[in-house]
Design a binder for this molecule. Sequence first.
Ligand SMILES: Cc1cc2nc3c(=O)[nH]c(=O)nc-3n(C[C@H](O)[C@H](O)[C@H](O)COP(=O)(O)O)c2cc1C
Length: 182
Amino acid sequence: MNPVVVYCSQTGHTKRYAHWIADELGCEAVAYSDRSGLDLTHVDTVIFGSWFHAASVPGSKWLKQQIAAHPGKRFVLFATGASPMPEQGGSAEEIEEAVRRTFPESEFPTLPWFYLRGGFAMDKLGAVDRTMMKLFFKRTGKLAESDPKAAEMDKAMREGFDGTDRTLLEPLIACVRSLEAQ
Ligand SMILES: Cc1cc2nc3c(=O)[nH]c(=O)nc-3n(C[C@H](O)[C@H](O)[C@H](O)COP(=O)(O)O)c2cc1C
């Protein structure tokens, strides 16, 4: 068993999950920015983590390249976002849609993927994302006036929150262990 975790993270939530996974599996967690130093020769499973960035998943192009270049290796994807987990009232359909926009089922039918609730930290965002979020808050602020669920989310986002939870990793860890046992 020789997995590695590679993660893309701007404000730290995905990084935290990546290090928890590495700790569980006894392997390394490598930041996406350090990927050029990554030697996959003896790695059998690549666990790639990133975050929902509107309609995209940062680093997904690299992951697709690695999947194409290494047909003999196993890949597992996890994505974090501000959306609640389905068991917390989030929409499983919207989460799946967000994953499938970048990794369509027709092209990646066997790629195991997991959603893990991240958090939101406006103060750690880069300038472009901060501007995007200000525009987003204009819209959600309007929605919040008439929709209590939207109001709750709008408040949490504006205040910032950390929704990371190590127990959410159990299905992912079980999946990696079962892949490694095959
Ligand atoms: C510009 C922008 C767009 C985002 N879009 C989404 C989204 O579509 N769905 C979602 O659940 N979270 C979205 N988020 C929230 C991030 O995915 C969330 O904060 C994530 O945990 C950040 O990961 P990081 O801390 O590792 O950078 C967005 C955040 C930013 C800044």
